[in-house]
Design a protein. Structure first.
Ligand SMILES: Cc1cc2nc3c(=O)[nH]c(=O)nc-3n(C[C@H](O)[C@H](O)[C@H](O)COP(=O)(O)OP(=O)(O)OC[C@H]3O[C@@H](n4cnc5c(N)ncnc54)[C@H](O)[C@@H]3O)c2cc1C
Length: 495
């Protein structure tokens, strides 16, 4: 006789949806509780004035992780992906042309002509080294469950010793060993900000991210907009009987010994299951909902968090020729900016920001003859800058700067405008202090040292998403969903 097991998933971010898909395909009965009115978490949608905007992620690496997810449940990938080529454009203040960052090393070498002698050869040496780190950690660390910190350290001994210097050397220093041009070093080190640190204090092991973007699988987005990922996953979940309850926030729990008995929502309703998966931030959930001292507000504040998003969504009349699909706008003071952005209690005066123009490749995102602009400016989180009553100033400065740099009067052509400050991000998805990508990935907060994907006390509680192992980013939380599925399959098998 088959005995069913019920799984309650708290949150409907990508980590949750992927877990629900895997678990329901194995025969578990899955129910999802979501605080927001729509599924997807940070991977969300804003529809306004005839425009549609992806609210957060706009591209991803390691596209094959999505293929693995759908293949593992006997489905075709339900959305169409398109490779970014060039990967992105980087505008540096004081230079008249943006750098086009290509995966093709010959084309990329042309971009740095006159700036970096023998670029292609140096790039090849640099990426070969980065590739070794990628392959030597992929299965030994990233795609591995750890049962204890000791187990993690034992596992670390299986990573070849030759990579050890890269743990102690900074990303910036490693780039300096291979390249002389400041521009090359700045552009290649931008990925460090995704990890929640600057290249000056990020370990060089993360040069593996340059391998993933520039050589391995590149960057991809989704035809019709990133939200198609969520839109096409929902029917697959429906087909497997997964129910989603929106506008419902879990605020407390009840337990007996080492078992969670229920989670309670803000209306007092108790939700029960055999197994629970939290997709809410794995660190702050332990503090706020489980009341763990190790994750008290003071302890959480002492951890390292990624920057907070300040995001602007603009519908603009006309076509802006000097913008690509993915564009970075940097100033001329990279070192100083990187050093102050994490600590400053004021909004940056000359902000660095990223602009995504989905209408460049997806015509359905904007009415004809218009562009939809998503602007992301990473800013200090709410620990250092709690007050955003001055948000309009930063918005106006970014729009002015962008208009000047692309030679288009954006301000006068705005037909739709929405702004989310870190406070909004915190409120919408329970992002701790508004941190955009969750816990940072410094050496003390990765692998077995990150809040674990299995609870330390409750045998029927698991975690998936940005702040647990293996970490943040779309393909990485998909990997995380595979890891907890493995655990649940073994520890709570359907008999
Ligand atoms: C502005 C921005 C841009 C980004 N760009 C990229 C990018 O280009 N590429 C990339 O790969 N990654 C990007 N990321 C990171 C990526 O979005 C995240 O790593 C990933 O989406 C996290 O997914 P998750 O599974 O942790 O779920 P989340 O997105 O964190 O979703 C968690 C869900 O749980 C719900 N929830 C929380 N607490 C409760 C509760 N108590 N009760 C009920 N529900 C609850 C929330 O409302 C939310 O819906 C970006 C993030 C941001 C903010």
């Amino acid at each position: 006789m088959v005995v069913g097991k019920k799984v309650l998933v708290i949150g409907s971010g990508l980590g949750a949806l992927s877990s629900a898909l895997r678990l329901s395909s194995l025969g578990y009965e899955v129910e999802i509780i979501e605080k927001h009115h729509r599924a997807g978490g940070r991977l969300n949608l804003l529809e306004k004035d005839g425009f549609s905007f992806d609210t957060g992620p706009s591209f991803f690496s390691m596209s094959y992780e999505f293929r693995e997810l759908f293949q593992s449940v006997g489905e075709e990938v339900p959305f169409e992906i398109q490779e970014l080529d060039p990967l992105y454009y980087v505008h540096i203040e004081g230079r008249d042309k943006p750098f086009k960052i290509y995966k093709d090393s010959k084309l990329l070498a042309k971009e740095f002509e006159g700036l970096e002698h023998n670029f292609e050869e140096k790039l090849n040496t640099y990426l070969t080294r980065a590739a070794q780190v990628f392959y030597d950690t992929e299965y030994r660390i990233v795609k591995k469950n750890f049962n204890s910190i000791l187990n993690y350290f034992l596992q670390m001994t299986k990573v070849p010793k030759k990579h050890l210097p890269l743990v102690f050397r900074s990303f910036w220093k490693e780039l300096g060993r291979h390249f002389e041009s400041e521009e090359v070093k700045i552009i290649f080190s931008l990925v460090a900000f995704f990890l929640g640190a600057t290249p000056f204090n990020t370990p060089a092991v993360y040069s593996l991210l340059n391998y993933t973007e520039l050589k391995h699988d590149g960057y991809w987005n989704v035809k019709g907009g990133m939200y198609k990922i969520v839109e096409t996953m929902l029917p697959l979940l429906g087909k497997r009987g997964v129910k989603i309850h929106y506008n419902t926030e879990i605020v407390s729990c009840g337990f007996d010994g080492n078992e969670i008995k229920y989670f309670q929502d803000s209306n007092g309703k108790q939700w029960t299951a055999d197994i629970y998966v939290s997709n809410s931030d794995a660190a702050s959930f332990r503090g706020r909902i489980l009341g763990r001292k190790k994750f008290s507000a003071a302890k959480l504040d002492a951890m390292e968090w990624t920057l907070a998003p300040f995001t602007i969504y603009l519908g603009v009349k006309g076509k802006i020729e000097n913008l690509g699909h993915h564009n970075y706008f940097l100033g001329s003071n990279f070192r100083k900016y990187a050093d102050t952005i994490f600590k400053s209690n004021t909004a940056p005066e000359r902000p660095y920001y990223y602009v995504n123009v989905a209408s460049k490749s997806n015509s359905n995102c904007a009415p004809e003859g218009h562009e939809n602009l998503f602007i992301l400016c990473p800013v200090p989180d709410l620990r250092t800058k709690p007050d955003w009553s001055d948000a309009e100033n930063l918005k106006t400065e970014i729009i002015r700067d962008l208009g000047r740099r692309v030679g288009y009067d954006i301000q006068s052509n705005i037909v739709s405008e929405t702004l989310y400050t870190p406070k909004d991000w915190e409120g919408m998805f329970n992002l701790y202090r508004g941190s955009g990508l969750g816990l940072a990935h410094g050496i003390k907060q990765v692998g077995g040292l990150r809040p674990a994907n299995k609870d330390e006390q409750f045998a029927n509680l698991y975690y998936v998403g940005a702040s647990t192992h293996p970490g943040t980013g779309l393909p990485i939380v998909v990997i995380g969903s595979g890891l907890i599925t493995e655990r649940i399959k073994h520890e709570h098998a359907i008999v």
